[in-house]
Design a protein around this ligand. Structure first.
Ligand SMILES: [Cu+2]
Length: 188
């Protein structure tokens, strides 16, 4: 009888850790399901999300679209809630001669990737140096880039692969004479 008892005892020892493991896995699975649910039900990111308390106020919000289907393009949709999409044609081969003109100050570029590829967004000085840039933004995703810009001429582009050369670029002119209403934030 002694060997059987020993066997039962060994099984029991094995079962304890197994139950503990299953309980742990269940807890992790439940936590993951809850977290995913919250992410899916939250609203789509807005260009006009208020800044956090203590953060510098934003002067200008520019909604920039990236396209690559059928042609690569980088064009602006709106500035501070004012639609400016009609300032840009669908021909991206002339984007350097068809500038985006915005007021100076603290700028939030809200990048809206409408394409089927990952894109990104970079602001460059005329000498080619980088002011700031986003990481890669997946298809149908958004991101934002916050920069302080003084009046002058800049270049905005997608810095990935050959996208800029294929049309994902545009001259950016920051001009104090460019006037828009304040950004439609709920609070600042
Ligand atoms: Cu791109």
């Amino acid at each position: 009888m002694a060997p059987e008892q020993e066997g039962d005892e060994m099984q029991w020892r094995v079962k304890l850790p197994a139950w503990a493991l299953m309980g742990g896995l269940l807890a992790v699975a439940l936590a993951g399901a809850c977290g995913g649910g919250e992410g899916e039900t939250s609203a789509a990111p807005s260009p006009y999300t208020p800044v956090e308390p203590g953060e510098a106020a934003i002067d200008v919000v520019v909604v920039v679209e990236q396209h690559n289907n059928p042609t690569f393009d980088l064009r602006a949709q709106e500035i501070n809630g004012v639609t400016i999409a009609d300032q840009f044609d669908q021909d991206s081969s002339n984007n350097l001669e068809e500038p985006l003109v915005i007021p100076p100050g603290r700028i939030r570029f809200f990048l809206d990737n409408r394409g089927t590829l990952a894109h990104a967004f970079e602001v460059r000085l005329p000498d080619g140096s980088t002011v700031d840039k986003t990481r890669n933004v997946g298809p149908r995703k958004t991101d934002e880039l916050m920069v302080d810009l003084e009046p002058g001429t800049y270049l905005v582009l997608c810095q990935l692969s050959d996208h800029a050369a294929r049309g994902s670029q545009r001259t950016l002119i920051v001009d104090a004479a460019s006037q828009y209403p304040d950004p439609p934030f709920l609070s600042q």
